[in-house]
Design a protein around this ligand. Structure first.
Ligand code: SAH
Length: 366
């Protein structure tokens, strides 16, 4: 059993943890964790003995094994080592006066979508609440003086396969970090019971669903879990989400050359999107080591988008960020180069990681 992350305990739990300490010590720890973004062992106003005790009981901060930047410094990717041969990635994207962080919810992913690098690498374990929160805290510090305004659960893993921890992390992001629910988006492959549960939470958090195909044959080929969670049911829970929360669902669609970018695909998608008053986000497929097909050409994407617009469906094309550092959608795989060199254009060497049991739980999560 590994020690918990310093960011996992709530304030009440920290009060218990520091039982016997004066109240201002809790304030000092809390201020360090959430205002300064530092680990309690680095809070110099705490007595050394207490810091040593905490160091024995808590996992250390996320260790950046590799930090890379791209797009003239406006995209930053971290590879964090969590110990026990587990590594995860976080991507920070800067815009003019604000930033968005893309966080991981699991080490690896059990969904096995062939076009996604994380899926190609398999599942390791769920992240804890603190491991999710620390990614946000570290990104917020790095983003300064820009404001970290948006958090997207679109990094490694399937957030709804780690449902309870992701929801707790969202609650803590809004309460302890003061980032509004409307600035947070969860992207799911489409786990139907969890989408229902999410709707019933009544949050203003955004919901994105990775659709990628609007008929079951094609979608099951791209996304194995579609066999258990077919489109008709998926569309039904999205409709319910829209109705009960008033919030528009976003369908994500990775544009794969010759696979899901035909006029028929556009028509099928338009029908589903209209039916659920959804917004569509088109993502040119990013290259991954284990998938032979490339992204759709620009004129195909344009035409596809125009067909959607003519059918009354609003679609945006997602700007590609970080492709040259494998930081773009679907490219996160906790990969590292054997020599640690950053210079290469070669495909990254995947680290061999052992599946683990322990505090992360099982992929079924929830
Ligand atoms: N598991 C969640 C969140 C992670 S992926 C989900 O599936 O939604 C975030 C988005 O990137 C998803 O829409 C995913 O389908 C997409 N994606 C995966 N691989 C990609 C690739 N190679 N190119 C472009 N987008 C990709």
């Amino acid at each position: 059993m590994t020690s918990p992350s310093a960011w996992t305990p709530s304030r009440d739990e920290w009060t218990e943890l520091l039982d016997g300490q004066p109240r201002y010590r809790i304030d000092q720890v809390w201020h360090g964790l959430y205002d300064e973004g530092i680990h309690p062992t680095e809070v110099t106003t705490l007595p050394r003995k207490l810091r040593e005790q905490l160091s024995d009981r808590l996992a250390p901060s996320l260790r950046p094994a590799i930090t890379r930047s791209a797009d003239d410094g406006s995209t930053v990717k971290w590879l964090w080592e969590l110990g026990g041969d587990v590594a995860i990635e976080t991507v920070l994207m800067h815009y003019e006066d604000r930033s968005t962080v893309c966080v991981s919810s699991q080490a690896g992913c059990a969904m096995r979508c062939g076009f996604c690098a994380t899926g190609q690498g398999g599942y390791q374990r769920n992240l804890s609440v603190g491991e999710i929160l620390e990614q946000v805290v570290r990104a917020r510090t790095e983003a300064e003086p820009r404001r970290l305004s948006n958090i997207v659960f679109m990094g490694m893993g399937e957030p709804f396969a780690n449902y309870n921890r992701v929801l707790e992390a969202i609650g803590r992001i809004t309460s302890d970090l003061g980032i509004g629910a409307r600035g947070i988006t969860v992207s799911t492959i489409g786990l139907i019971p969890q989408i229902r549960r999410f709707t019933d939470e009544g949050l203003q958090v955004g919901l994105a669903v990775s659709l990628h195909a609007a008929n079951d044959d094609k979608r099951s080929e791209l996304i194995p879990i579609n066999r258990q969670h077919p489109i008709a049911e998926l569309v039904e829970v999205c409709r319910r989400h829209r109705r009960d929360t008033g919030r528009r669902v976003t369908y994500e669609w990775a544009m794969i050359d010759g696979v899901n970018d035909t006029d028929d695909d556009a028509r099928e998608l338009a029908a589903v999107a209209r039916d659920t008053s959804a917004h569509v986000n088109l993502i040119p497929l990013n290259p991954t080591p284990g998938y032979p097909t490339v992204g759709s050409p620009v004129d195909r994407i344009r035409r596809f988008r125009r067909l959607l617009a003519e059918a009354g469906v609003n679609a945006t094309v997602r700007a590609n960020r970080g492709t040259d550092i494998d930081a773009a959608c679907g490219q996160l795989r906790a990969s590292t180069r054997a020599d640690g060199d950053d210079g290469g254009r070669q495909p990254p060497v995947a680290v061999t990681l052992q599946p683990r049991t322990g505090d992360g739980g099982t992929p079924s999560g929830a």
